[in-house]
Design a protein around this ligand. Sequence first.
Ligand SMILES: [Zn+2]
Length: 111
Amino acid sequence: MIPDKIVIFGTTWRVIKSASREDVGKGDEMLWGLCDFSRREISVWTGGDTNDAQVTFYHELTHAIARETGIRMSEKDTDLFAKTFVDTMLRNDLRLEGEPKKVGRARRAKA
Ligand SMILES: [Zn+2]
């Protein structure tokens, strides 16, 4: 399940789900996901595979957590952390209802 908002250390981030990749990229690009630090918004393309949307959400959430905590993570680190986190949850039966049953394939996502 991708929530409509998420609270990170007391700061609320809005989560925008869109069926249009162009909308996620705000018209400039076609993206799977976007983390807008200034607006505290996470955008996720939900027009494709549900599992891919979930992994994209966790990728963007990782960017948001890094931002709020001051942790410096490269794009590669962010992607690896998000995929490992989801995989660990699933392999240890920590899955919340409605979440993916497997880790999705790699995708292009922009911070
Ligand atoms: Zn990213």
